[in-house]
Write a protein that binds this ligand. Structure first.
Ligand code: PEP
Length: 248
């Protein structure tokens, strides 16, 4: 399975960052065994896809409807029209701040796939949930409700992102990552059969150039979703290098 390394710029970036996006795209070309992409603010997608050559640019969310009275929202068709080839849905920051439910995320994933986008569905437990011993139950519950029926194949990835590890510098223990990714793989295979084996499972949460090799060496960690360390080519490239080095 090819590794997938995806940057999530969150609410960062303006046209003054186009050179940085070009630099990220250029460094990605040095790692041909790795699939990579950067998910940008919707306002930057069109200009970025024109600025780079054959480097995938994604959105960070989409609405479940194609069009209509949804002020401020962006549909999957609009992302595609702007040049995006993928989108994240269900990031924990949206689950928390925009009160998105698993059912919303499932509808968004369905809409994004129907539009022709690749989709990364995020799941992850809070610190309270981990400390209460319910991390597996929480994540597998989110997974079951957030993935559309018939979801299978290379167009879909799952990102396991423990909420307490996002943007905190605190990385999940290798053993906990291994346990969670194995549980997610088992759930995918139980639900989708052999097709569940080709769904890439990404780890997200303070991944950087120093810890990427260790995380990517864990069984069933097929790539990474990276926030802070994706904002510059200098920080992103070591992660791509680690992914290339651990590619099968
Ligand atoms: C994220 O936003 O998905 C993320 C993993 O952020 P960070 O790498 O900064 O923890």
């Amino acid at each position: 399975m090819r590794r997938l390394i995806v940057g999530n710029w969150k609410m960062n970036g303006t046209s003054s960052d186009l050179d940085e996006i070009r630099a990220i795209a250029a460094s990605a070309q040095q790692y041909p065994s790795v699939d990579s992409a950067v998910c940008l603010p919707a306002t930057l997608i069109d200009r970025s896809t024109r600025a780079v050559d054959a480097f995938p640019i994604g959105g960070q969310d989409c609405h479940m409807q194609n069009s209509g009275a949804h002020t401020g929202c962006v549909s999957a068709d609009m992302l595609l029209d702007a040049g995006a080839t993928l989108t994240i849905v269900g990031h924990s920051e949206r689950r928390a701040a925009q009160h998105e439910t698993d059912e919303d995320i499932r509808a968004k994933a369905t809409a994004a796939h129907a539009a022709g986008l690749k989709v990364i569905v995020c799941v992850g437990e809070t610190l309270d949930e981990r400390e209460a011993g319910s991390a597996l139950d929480v994540v597998l519950g989110q997974l079951g409700r957030s993935l559309p029926d018939g979801a299978a194949g290379i167009w879909l990835s799952v990102a396991y992102e423990p909420v307490w590890a996002i943007g905190t510098g605190r990385v999940a223990e290798t053993a906990d990552v291994a346990e969670m990714h194995e549980a997610i793989r088992t759930a995918l295979v139980n639900r989708f059969g052999e097709d569940g084996r080709v769904i890439r499972i990404l780890y997200g949460g303070s991944m950087n150039g120093d810890n990427a090799a260790q995380l990517l060496a864990v069984e069933n960690v097929d790539g990474g979703l990276i926030g802070g360390a994706s904002l510059t080519a200098a920080k992103f490239e070591p992660i791509l290098a680690a992914a290339e080095a651990t590619s099968e």
